[in-house]
Design a protein around this ligand. Structure first.
Ligand SMILES: Nc1nc2c(ncn2[C@@H]2O[C@H](COP(=O)(O)OP(=O)(O)OP(=O)(O)O)[C@@H](O)[C@H]2O)c(=O)[nH]1
Ligand SMILES: [Mg+2]
Length: 463
């Protein structure tokens, strides 16, 4: 995988963080250094590596924690978001308006893969029911028109060009005239082969001015290292780059150059080239890519579900807890909250380092079990919910019957409740440091994971 090494270095750094009970400024600084090192090793330009890791450090230290989110998870989200941000944010489509003529101009240095990309995209669009056409404006490379024609012929996409014509401007204009009435998307290939880079940039800017494309796509060789940044910057200075396509990501490319190019142009990567064949083109989704890169499952959906649930214990519950009166009713509410987020084990499985298991009293909190427990609690009287010690044999039988379970299941629930209550009692002492806030299930899990006896996770506090 491109940037695979970067991903494993960063996720190792994050695992260190998750494994630690308490996150302090020293740990965050360590993460910043690990991040910077990983970015540099992946060929990301020094300035960008510094900028990203410093931003992560600053945010991790300053930002208030959203309710119910342990600091570890929050820091992971910051790293994730910053990487996604550089790569262009949400996955975006090319600027093509169905039913209207769209013109896309492809630019890039010699050999970056422009002509190949134009051929691949023609095939991509035509397979999706659109009517694309290709235009060759390259007057410098011998055989440029034949190369594009060959690609177009493979997928029956028409190609305009004239090897005898010397003016690239005229070729661009004539190509558009040729297809504008009969086709939906015109892909214009340009020359990358010039004696001087400035001459090429000038020609590109002239063509752009003349044909006013809907989008200018910078095609970038994915095997480029540090120089990718300056190259992308030069293009962005000469014209308005709308998106990037990174090619040759099928080889041993580290991919850091692509990351720097995005930062230089503030343009998103929309596609990647992963081979020489016409079908070797993939859409690029920064969120999914970074998620896979950091190997932490679909973090976004987790974060979204946590956000949607907005888990925060209510005041009544906090009071009940502070006075040591944790009842089955409170446990029921907690389970309802977890239900809103998805099961506890699923939530924890999103986090590296949490795979070792659930905290004491929660091992059995699978979704199915939780539903069963809630069913049993629904079969209890108010008295039983508030004071579970009254539940003895006949009541046990009645609750089991009412909820379609066995007496041993009810016993298991009571057992789990008692374990939780014991654990909460143990933590009561440390509450002052939490500003009197009651821990929720996620906190409990985090505490247990850190091996802490008391609540060491600070929430909503600036450091
Ligand atoms: N392995 C691999 N090779 C690629 C990929 N994309 C392009 N190439 C190869 O890179 C070489 C250059 O590609 P072109 O498409 O001709 O590059 P260009 O930007 O049009 O080059 P100029 O016209 O000289 O500016 C060709 O040999 C392509 O087959 C890719 O995604 N993977
Ligand atoms: Mg070419």
């Amino acid at each position: 995988m491109v940037l695979g090494k970067l991903g494993s270095s960063i996720s190792n750094a994050l695992k260190k963080l998750v494994g630690a009970g308490t996150i302090d400024a020293k740990l965050i600084r360590e993460l910043k250094n690990d991040l910077m090192k990983a970015l540099l090793e992946a060929d990301v330009k020094l300035e960008i590596a510094i900028e990203v890791s410093e931003r992560v450090e600053k945010r991790a230290l300053k930002e208030e924690l959203p309710p119910g989110i342990p600091r570890q998870k929050h820091v992971i989200k910051i790293v994730h978001d910053e990487l996604v941000k550089i790569l262009g944010g949400k996955a975006q489509k090319l600027k093509i308006t169905p039913g209207k003529l769209s013109v896309l101009l492809f630019v890039g240095i010699q050999g970056s893969g422009k002509t190949t990309v134009v051929g691949k995209l023609g095939s991509w669009l035509s397979k999706r029911g659109m009517k694309p056409a290709l235009v060759c404006t390259d007057t410098d490379r011998p055989g440029a028109y034949e190369q594009l024609k060959q690609l177009g012929d493979q997928t029956n996409v028409p190609v305009y060009g004239n090897p005898k014509e010397k003016s690239s401007l005229k070729l661009a204009r004539d190509g558009i005239l040729e297809f504008q009435k009969s086709h939906e998307v015109i892909l214009v290939d340009t020359a990358g082969r010039h004696k001087e880079e400035t001459a090429m940039l000038k020609e590109m800017a002239r063509i752009a001015k003349q044909i006013k494309p809907d989008e200018i796509v910078l095609v970038l060789d994915g095997t480029l290292g540090q120089q990718a940044y300056d190259q992308a910057l030069a293009f962005a200075a000469a014209t308005e780059i709308g998106s990037i396509i990174v090619t040759k990501l099928d080889g041993s490319a580290k991919g850091g150059g692509a990351l720097s190019a995005c930062a230089a142009t503030h343009a998103p990567i929309k596609y990647i080239g992963v081979g020489e064949k016409i079908g070797d083109l993939e859409r690029f989704d920064p969120t999914g890519f970074v998620g896979r890169l950091l190997n932490m499952g679909d973090l976004e959906s987790l974060i979204e579900s946590v956000k949607a649930a907005q888990i925060e214990p209510d005041e009544e519950m906090a009071k009940a807890f502070l006075t040591g009166k944790f009842t089955l009713r409170d446990m029921y509410t907690q389970m309802q909250n977890i239900g809103k987020m998805g099961s506890m084990s699923k939530i924890l499985s999103f986090l590296p380092g949490f795979s070792t298991g659930l905290p004491a009293g929660l091992e059995d909190t699978s979704e199915e079990n939780m539903k069963k427990f809630m069913c049993m609690m629904e079969s209890m009287t108010a008295d039983e919910l508030d004071n579970p010690t009254v539940i003895k044999s006949t009541r046990l039988q009645r609750i089991a019957r009412g909820s379609g379970t066995d007496a041993k299941d009810v016993k298991q629930l009571l057992n789990q409740f008692n374990q939780m209550k014991k654990m909460m009692k143990g933590m009561k002492k440390g509450l002052g440091r939490r500003g009197g806030k009651m821990p929720n299930m996620a906190d409990l899990a985090a505490m247990q994971q850190g091996g802490a006896k008391g609540p060491k996770v600070t929430r909503g506090k600036k450091r």
